[in-house]
Design a protein around this ligand. Structure first.
Ligand SMILES: [Zn+2]
Ligand SMILES: [Zn+2]
Length: 372
């Protein structure tokens, strides 16, 4: 399907894939099935009303993130009831004149009905000091994580509302969803690399060690490879280790098998122990990118003198910058790394009997929810 850039921002009323009963008109009573989180270990299918006004996205695919698993397991707390799903790709299906969406990095023109886009999950609040100064928002509500209300504010639903101020980024029509779904996690990694090294991300030819080969590890290794460096993966799980090798990366089971200290270590393993191990693995003046410990799993002893005497640098990263989404979309589209092979779980939303299936176990690679 080619994107239609509707000149008049006309409202498309027909949704062919909302439910099994076939095409129907959006009326004030149209509802869609969503996945609601009610607390740790508690998700339910529910019906929510499609808002009458405002911009609307027909969701194509939403990635299941490690963060979603942390939330489901109670290791991270979000307001409930919550519609999870923050790694969202879809097509703009309704766009009123006062939509207030921002396309890309401001240089891409205006969004249009039919555009296939990735949604940046964080939306500026409009209220804080940062927003008042037209700088970075200090408190961005996130689709699928922290947005309140009874609207369609998460990606585990066939339709999603797009609030004014939301940034959307065009996704090429020929980028398969099995690649596109890696763009949001890659944007997180690129923002971490930007914080460490500037807008060039990984310095040309720098080798790196990646701890953990979940989705973040996969895209971190891909970013190192894109800069011409060699990525070595440390992953205990034999299936994930085999996947790393299949994608072309060196992989070892344990940090003891890492041959020498490295200038760059990316901790994407998500445990405090991995953080301590990562410090040990850094060469003199090396950089540790800490992008694994998103949930508080407790303290770990480290020797601060190591940081001091060996000139180590630790860069943590929680915020994803808007300027890193377009480069992420480009990289997942163009990398020779066969990212689609890392999609190990595809959940067809329409066939989902119990939404808890989404969180039953972490995927061996990356999981996505497919709509239509
Ligand atoms: Zn995520
Ligand atoms: Zn703000």
């Amino acid at each position: 399907m080619q994107p239609q850039h509707a000149a008049s921002h006309e409202v498309q009323l027909t949704v062919s894939s909302i439910n099994a009963s076939g095409p129907q008109e959006l009326s004030s009573r149209t509802t869609v099935r969503v996945v609601e989180l009610h607390g740790p270990g508690s998700v339910r299918a529910a019906e929510r009303v499609v808002p009458n006004g405002g911009a609307l996205l027909q969701v194509e695919t939403t990635g299941v993130c490690g963060t979603d698993h942390h939330i489901y397991a109670g290791r991270l707390t979000v307001p409930t009831p919550q519609l999870l799903g923050h790694e969202v790709i879809g097509r703009i299906m309704r766009l009123p004149d006062d939509h207030g969406l921002v396309l890309g990095d401001d240089a891409d023109g205006a969004p249009g009905v039919g555009d296939r886009v990735l949604v940046a999950p964080g939306v500026p609040c409009g209220d804080c000091e940062g927003c008042a100064r037209a700088e970075r928002c200090l408190d961005r509500p996130c689709y699928g994580l922290t947005m309140l209300g009874d609207g369609l504010t998460g990606g585990f639903a066939p339709l999603m509302e797009l609030h004014a101020g939301t940034r959307v980024f065009r996704v090429p029509e020929d980028t398969p969803r099995e690649r596109a779904v890696f763009a949001e996690p890659l944007a997180c990694v690129l923002s971490a690399l930007r914080k460490a090294f500037g807008p060039g991300y990984v310095p040309e030819g720098m080798d790196g060690l990646v701890l953990g080969f979940g989705a973040i590890g996969i895209v971190a290794a891909t970013a190192i490879a894109a800069a011409g460096g060699r990525a070595t993966v440390v992953e205990r799980d034999p299936g994930r280790r085999a996947l790393a090798q299949e994608l072309g990366f060196a992989a070892v089971a344990d940090t003891s098998a890492v041959p020498h200290r490295m200038a760059l270590v990316v901790d994407a393993a998500g445990t405090p122990t991995a953080f301590a191990a990562a410090l040990d693995l850094l060469a003199w003046s090396g950089t540790l990118i800490e992008i694994g410990n998103f949930a508080d799993l407790g303290p770990i002893p480290i020797k601060p003198s190591e940081i001091c005497l060996r000139d180590l640098r630790i860069v943590g990263s929680g915020e994803t910058f808007y300027e890193d989404f377009a480069p992420a979309i480009r990289l997942v589209s163009e990398t020779p790394v066969e990212l689609p092979r890392a999609i190990t779980d595809v959940h067809a939303f329409a066939a989902l009997e119990d939404p808890a299936e989404l969180f039953a176990a972490p995927a061996a690679g990356k999981a996505l929810v497919a709509f239509a």
